[in-house]
Ligand binder design. Structure first.
Ligand SMILES: Nc1ncnc2c1ncn2[C@@H]1O[C@H](COP(=O)(O)OP(=O)(O)OP(=O)(O)O)[C@@H](O)[C@H]1O
Ligand SMILES: [Mg+2]
Length: 254
């Protein structure tokens, strides 16, 4: 099976004025298969966000290669990225980041559909269906981001990310800003989406919560100082870590 995402030797060097260059990600490589759910864990500053921001092309790549659905996207820019965001969508830690505060949630969720030339009426229908799919009432389409709770806004952000039916969803701590019960609801939502979409939806997610990783991921990567130091199933990595660093990380989180 062809991977939906192939990351080869990806490296990020940040140049810092008046200070030495800093290498945040040091030659990481991994594949993500269709339908697979891959978690990245690692302590704060280990390079997780930098890695996924390179993959989603929000941050330029210093070296290495990113192949999305068979296409080299490593150096695409500006308009060239429009097609990429039909295949790949992101959900961030702070739900409101996904929305313009002056526009309704419905406008935000429907934006990619409107851009793709879908009529206003069809977009509205699709937005309402997506809201329902994500466990929100249809009339939330008319609300503004400040008129909903953090958990509701994150559900709407997931609806937004799913609007154009991406093959890859990247979540960077999408549940960290929410309280425990709402986290569970969001994870349940992602689980049900996976069950429904099967091979058509792969998920790459960064998460600090080991129990969520255990419930949800097929495979886990552990990052430490910009490198992948361990990889395996959640049970392997969490119950039987090969590496001292992973053991300390798991002990510190549990
Ligand atoms: N724009 C930047 N310029 C310079 N250094 C940066 C920049 N962005 C990130 N870094 C550094 O790169 C390293 C990795 O940061 P990153 O945000 O990827 O970590 P992380 O694993 O996501 O951490 P957290 O769990 O806290 O979110 C950190 O030392 C950070 O200070
Ligand atoms: Mg981060």
């Amino acid at each position: 099976m062809e991977p939906i995402l192939k990351v080869e030797n990806l490296t990020k060097v940040f140049s810092r004025q008046g200070r030495e260059d800093f290498t945040a990600v040091k030659g990481i490589s991994f594949d993500l298969l269709p339908g697979e759910c891959l978690a990245i864990i690692g302590e704060s500053g280990s390079g997780k966000t930098t890695a996924v921001n390179m993959i989603s092309r929000l941050v330029d790549v210093t070296s290495g290669k990113i192949t999305l659905d068979g296409r080299d996207i490593t150096h695409l820019r500006g308009k060239e990225l429009h097609g990429v965001y039909r295949t790949m969508q992101m959900v961030f830690q702070t739900p409101t980041e996904s929305f313009d505060p002056r526009r309704t949630l419905g406008d935000g969720i429907g934006e990619s559909l409107r851009n793709a030339g879908v009529s206003r009426k069809k977009t509205r229908e699709r937005v309402e269906t997506l809201l329902e799919k994500c466990g929100l009432p249809r009339e939330f389409a008319d609300r503004y981001p400040h008129q909903v709770s953090g958990g509701q806004c994150q559900r709407a952000a997931i609806a937004r990310a799913l609007a154009i039916e991406p093959k890859l969803l990247i979540c960077d701590e999408a549940t960290s800003a929410l309280d425990v019960t709402v986290q569970k609801e969001i994870i349940d939502l992602l689980k049900s989406l996976r069950a429904r979409q099967g091979r058509n939806l792969s998920i790459l997610f960064i998460c600090h919560d080991i129990s969520l990783v255990q419930q949800f991921a097929d495979r886990v990567l552990v990052m430490y100082h910009g490198r992948i130091v361990e990889e395996g199933t959640p049970d392997d990595v969490i119950c039987n870590p090969k590496n001292d660093y992973t053991r300390r990380l798991i002990d510190s989180i549990l």
